[in-house]
Each structure stands twice: as C-alpha cells, then as structure tokens.
Design a protein around this ligand. Structure first.
Ligand SMILES: Nc1ncnc2c1ncn2[C@@H]1O[C@H](COP(=O)(O)OP(=O)(O)OP(=O)(O)O)[C@@H](O)[C@H]1O
Length: 716
C-alpha cells in the first residue's frame, strides 16, 4: 500500500488526502463485505467517510346424593389404575435438559432453519409490517427526505472534491487566482457538507425515535398477548423463548422497518448514483471496473454467508453455555446444597471448549477471508490506478477525475455490500415478525374476561366438583382425575389429603380455572365456573401456596398486590393485614420496615416470613373462597405457631379448601377428602375416617405419625 501511495504521489503529485481515502475506502469495503453489512461509524447507521453526510359437552350436572359419611362427597370407584408421572412443581429445582428441543402443538414457532431467516415472505406479513410503521409514517417520511439530502451530498462529494484537487493542480494559473478559487470552493463545500451533516443527524434521530416507538408498541402488544394466554400455553413454551420474542424479535422487526429500510434505500440510491457518476467521470474506466467488481463482490458475498453460518454455530454453542451458567447461578443454593460447584464448572468448561473449537474454525475461515479479500481489494485498486494512470498519461483524465472516480468506486463497493446485508436483515425482520404475529394472533383457549358476574353479597361460596375428568394438556395420556366428585358446603373447611402426585394441587388449579376439566363441571353456588367471568372468579378466590411467590419489590407492594386496586390501598390497610397475618412484628424489625425489598422470589426472607406476607396479601384481598396449600417445609415451632394462627384468622367465615400436611389442620377441618387413584377415595370427618381400619386415610395418618416420630428422633 505504501508503495502505491508513493507511486501515486510521484507520478501525479497528489497529496496525502487521496491515499488516505483510498486506504479508508478499501478497509471499509472489506470489513463491510466480511460482515455482510454496510460499514458504519460508531453511532447509528452513519456512513464512514470524512465527508459523509449521509366445555366439554357438559355432561350435565350429575344428580348428587349426600354422602352417608358427612354429606359432602360422592365416591366413585376408579375406572383404571396407575398414576401419572410425577413432576416437582414447588420449591425443588429441576434443571432443564438441553436436549428437549421438540415443539409440542400449541407452542410458539421455533426459529427457522438457520435460526432466524425465512426464504419466502407472505404478502400479508409485508402488509403487517407496514401497518406497524403506519403511526410513525410522517416521521419516517421526513427521515426519508433527510436521507435523500444526505445521500445527494455524499454522492456529490467525490465529484466536488475532485474539483478541489483539479483546482490545486491546474497548471498555468497564478497562486493568487488559485488561492481565491480554492477558498471559495472550500467554503461552498463546507456549506454543502454542513447541510449534509445536519440532514444525516436529523435522519438518524427520526429513524431511531420512530424505530423505538414501533418497538415499544410491539412489546406492549406482545406482553399483553402473552399474559392473556391460558396456563397450558406456559407449560408448552419455555420462558426464555417468550422473553426472546419480547426483547430480541421486537427489536429485529423495529430495526428492519427503520434503520434497515433506510440503509437499503440509501444503498440503492448510492449504488445507482455512484455508477452513473463513474460513467460520467470516465466511461472507459467505469466499463473496466464494472468488468472486475461484480465477480469479486459475488465471491465475497458467498464466502461471507458461509462464514456467517459458522459464526451462527459458534453463537448457538455459546448460548447453550450461557443458558447453563444462567440456570446454575440463579439456582445457586441448590448447586451449593448438593456440593456440585466443581462438576458444574467442569460441565461449563466442556461447553466453552466446544465454543472455542468452533471459534478456532471460524478464525481460520476469517483469516483466509481477510487475506483473500485484502489482496483482491488491493489488486483492484492497483488495476484502477494503473488503468487510470494510463488514461491520465494520454490526457484522457485529470488527477481530480481519477480521485473522484476512486471515491465513487469506494462508495459503490460499500453500497453493494450494504445491499446484500439489507436483504438478509430484511428477511430476518420478516422471520422475527412472523413469530410475533403468531403470538399476537393467538387466541387464548380459556377466555380472560367474558362471562357472568354475580352479586358478591348474595354469594354463599358453595363449591362442587361433579364427575370431573381431567388430564393436563401436555400429558393427555396420563389422566389425573376420572369422574371425581366433591362437595364443599359454603363456609366450611375441607382438608384434602392424599399421596404425593395424586392431584391435590390440580384441584386448586381447576378451581382457579387455570385449566378446564375435560368432562364434568365445577360449580360455585350452582353456577358452572365456565359461565362465570374468570377475572371476577379469581377476584373471589384467595390463594396461599406451599412456597409463596413474592416479587422483587417492597414488602408493602407485595402485600398490596393482593388488592383488586393496589393504588387504592391505604397504609393502614397494609399494616392491619400484616398485623392479622402475624407479620407486623418482624417487618418492624427491618431497618426499612414495609419498604424492605424482599429480593428475587423473596429470597431475603425466611420461609415462615414469606408465608406470613402471603397470608397478609390474601387477607387484603378478603376473598369469599380460600385455597390453601399448607407448607410442608418444617418451620420452627414459633414460626409454625405464628403461621398457623394467621391462617386460622384468614380462614374465618370463608369456604376453605386446604391441602393439608399437618394433623392439627386435618383435625380442625369440617371434613377431609382423601385423593387417590384419580378420584376421591374417602371423604368424611377426621374421626370417622380414622375409624375405618382398612381405609386409606388411616394408613396415611399412620404413616404420617410414623414420619413425625422419625423427624422428632432425628432432631433429637
Ligand atoms: N403443568 C403440568 N403439566 C403436566 N402434568 C402436571 C402438571 N402439573 C402437575 N402435573 C402432574 O399431575 C399430577 C398431580 O400433580 P399435583 O401437583 O396436583 O399433585 P399433588 O397431589 O399436589 O402432589 P404433592 O403433594 O407432591 O404436591 C402429577 O403426576 C404431576 O406430575
């Protein structure tokens, strides 16, 4: 290159500006081709150039007969035996297997073959993308206007700079005349460049702000659509994938409509203008260049694509390593408890080794690519200079024209590289768009807010499961309930017991209408819950889970979350709920009191404290019906007493279905339902059930008493 510069300077006396432009143009063209992208300066989409400006068939409510035991339950023999597989659904951490890549029906579409890009685009998708941009049309139109101005300035710059060079090297004029015309030309050019710079800044600002506005609207719609989906949808779709739609895909679509479109338009305009100007400046040199550039550009594009596919494999391998790291770090307590730090580090190292292997392969390809394109770029410049030099020697070209010509060559190279990336980015945008439309268009299988709203003051709270059969949508082959019937009279406490995995929590999920039964009905005061407005229904029900989920915000906000309108909740309401939940005392011991932030999933609180905050949250809701899942984890005696007392206060005057793990809870309940083999195996008062020596309840209790003994012995 140095030799080139020297040669150019010696032959024609062109000063430093030209070699620098040549070198810069050459570097930019290469890196752009490599990335399959238009080269850019730091900052959005700015050209790099010193002068650039640019119901089931309702089986009918079966006739219920009162149970001889206590009148609450209908017992149905199981129609088949066997249990569904067990999944840990509460606190225990199960790590996702990286091999589970299948996409069950109902899940959102996986990325296309290369991870992102479709090959064909339905017209409807194009229209949707345009509709997205519609609210921003005026800003976008103004941006395109500024783009035209800045591109015009960019493309006139080489010509004008050529004029400057010719003014400098015009022979036969005296120094004074040359200085005067050089000064006026430079002042004029400064004005033109200023306009171009301002137009480019305006274009970038308008494109960026409208792009962000489009992305924001899209994200709001996607998030709203995700949150409306039925719970089974979340069983099928991984959280990470949905988050990816929300963050990455929306950004890709936004970029595709704004930056990418403007870059594409500019690339087309600049390529056309550049080629025209090359012919204008020197038709013979332009014909020569057009013979050698297309095959070279074609090769660079093909190689660039191959390189990108290798690069994608590296990124995928890295994503797997990152997913492992993310999951292990967020579940650090489990890793530590099992003493798995070293083995996790080793697994991570294996994954990063795989990344390294792929990265090395990529490095070899990149090195080859840089070497070959660097050489061919230099050879091309050399041939243009050679041919141009000959034309200059035969007086068919001036030094200014050759300089202009080289600059146009450089711009055309950049524009062609930009066009290739424009197409692939546009396709990525459509690919991301089609995944988003799928989410946006998805109608939730369970409605959110349609149906009957009953007068709350007339509501008694009588719950009934009538001949309910159910299997989780993701495991249709493993029924959880078959013809299950259960009656919970208004204002009574029903304790549900049963072996692990028998479906106790599933009862709660069905009552909350997180899932609908496959057959049979669930009623509240005789109304099929499928006829009721789900929002209203859930407003009626309070829940406290085994492992309560708190959000990473203040205690105050976590308690207020239970209220229908958290903004209308007064400090006194929150304090009262906390007092009733036996939480006030420990909250006051925290330096920030109710403003204490509880950490991710309430990690900064103890199990008993979390339980009491969750009880306060449920108290604030003042629900007619309570669904409780008693904590199985051992609380210390004081905590257990406080939680129990709070729960009793919470249960007063409500219909309660409680998944019971403690003898005291079972004893205090009005009735006990024993779940087994997909139906209610036994139901009645605690003492009655215990009287049946062969009964399941008695066996369970004996086992529990035995376990308690074991626990006590272990503690001693
Ligand atoms: N979302 C789900 N998708 C598919 N199957 C599920 C789902 N949730 C639970 N199951 C399965 O349903 C069955 C009943 O689960 P459930 O959690 O209701 O049992 P449980 O009696 O509450 O158990 P435990 O006492 O251990 O909490 C189990 O076999 C479980 O694996």
């Amino acid at each position: 290159m140095r030799l080139l510069i020297r040669m150019t300077r010696c032959t024609h006396g062109v000063k430093h500006i030209r070699p620098r432009l040549l070198w810069l143009g050459h570097r930019l063209t290469l890196s752009a081709a490599l990335r399959g992208k238009r080269p850019s300066l730091p900052g959005p989409s700015t050209p790099t150039c010193p002068f650039s400006t640019s119901s089931s068939p309702r089986p009918g409510v079966s006739v219920l007969t009162r149970s001889p035991l206590r009148g609450f339950c209908l017992l149905h023999p199981p129609t088949s035996t066997g249990r569904g597989p067990r999944t840990l659904t509460h606190s225990p951490v199960a790590f996702a297997s990286s091999s589970s890549t299948s996409t069950p029906a109902g899940s959102v579409k996986e990325d296309t073959e290369d991870g992102q890009t479709p090959t064909t685009v339905p017209l409807e998708d194009v229209k949707r993308i345009l509709r997205l941009a519609h609210p921003e049309r005026w800003k976008l139109a103004a941006a395109v206007g500024f783009l035209s101005v800045s591109s015009a300035v960019t493309m006139s710059a080489p010509f004008l700079l050529g004029q400057v060079i010719d003014t400098i090297y015009t022979t036969g004029t005296d120094t004074e005349t040359m200085t005067a015309s050089l000064t006026s030309l430079c002042i004029m050019l400064t004005g033109v460049f200023l306009c171009g710079g301002a137009a480019n800044a305006a274009r970038v600002y308008l494109m960026q702000t409208s792009g962000q506005q489009i992305v924001r609207n899209l994200r709001a719609s996607i998030f709203s659509s995700i949150l409306k989906q039925e719970v089974a949808f979340f069983d099928r779709n991984k959280t990470g994938e949905l988050i990816n739609r929300l963050s990455a895909d929306t950004a890709v679509v936004g970029r595709s409509i704004t930056d990418n479109l403007s870059d594409g338009l500019r690339a087309v305009a600049q390529a056309a203008a550049g080629v025209s100007m090359m012919f204008y400046v020197s038709p013979s040199l332009a014909s020569f260049v057009l013979l050698i550039v297309p095959p070279m550009a074609g090769l660079a594009v093909v190689y660039g694509r191959y390189l990108r596919s290798i690069s994608k494999q590296t990124q995928d391998a890295l994503a797997q390593a990152t997913q492992l790291a993310e999951e292990r770090i967020s579940n650090m307590r489990t890793v530590r408890a099992f003493g798995k730090e070293l083995s996790e580090v080793n697994t991570y190292i294996q994954k990063t080794d795989h990344v390294l292997d792929l990265a090395k392969k990529e490095a070899v390809l990149r090195a080859g690519f840089f070497g070959v394109t660097g050489l061919s770029g230099n050879l091309m410049i050399l041939s243009v200079l050679y041919k141009g030099g000959l034309l200059m020697a035969s007086q068919h070209m001036t030094v200014g024209e050759l300089s202009s010509f080289l600059m146009y060559t450089f711009w055309v190279g950049i524009s062609i590289a930009g066009l290739s990336s424009f197409y692939s980015e546009l396709m990525k945008g459509f690919g991301a768009g089609s995944r988003l439309w799928e989410l946006l268009d998805r109608k939730p299988e369970l409605p959110l807010s349609e149906g009957l709203i009953l007068p709350v003051d007339q509501l008694k709270g009588r719950l009934e499961f009538c001949d309910v059969s159910f299997a989780y949508p993701t495991r249709k082959e493993a029924p959880i309930f078959q013809n299950l019937s259960l009656l919970v009279p208004a204002g009574s406490i029903m304790a549900v017991v049963g072996p692990s995995g028998s479906g106790k929590s599933t009862l709660v999920s069905l009552l909350l209408r997180l899932y609908d039964p496959d057959t049979g009905v669930i009623t509240i005061d005789g109304h099929d819950i499928r006829d009721l407005n789900p929002y209203w229904l859930r407003g009626l029900i309070g829940t406290v889970n085994q492992e309560p989920v708190l959000f990473s915000c203040s205690i105050r906000d976590n308690i207020a979350y239970g209220a229908v309108d958290p903004d209308a909740v007064t400090t006194e309401d929150i304090h009262q709920a906390a007092r009733d939940a036996n939480a006030y005392g420990f909250i006051q011991t925290f330096p920030k009191g109710f403003d204490t932030v509880v950490g991710e999933k309430g990690v900064l609180l103890s199990g008993g404290q979390k339980q009491r905050i969750a009880i306060a949250r449920a108290l604030l809701k003042n629900p007619k019906i309570l669904l409780l899942d008693e904590a199985t984890s051992a609380l210390d005696a004081e905590n257990e007493f406080l939680v129990q007392e709070a729960l009793e206060r919470l249960m007063e005057g409500r219909t309660v279905l409680i998944i019971a793990h403690r003898l005291s809870t079972i004893q205090n309940a009005n009735a006990v339902a024993v779940l087994d083999q997909r139906h209610i195996a036994e139901c009645g008062q605690h003492t009655e059930l215990l009287g049946n020596r062969e009964g399941l309840f008695r066996r369970l209790m004996e086992k529990q008493a035995f376990l308690h003994e074991e626990q006590k012995r272990a503690l001693r």
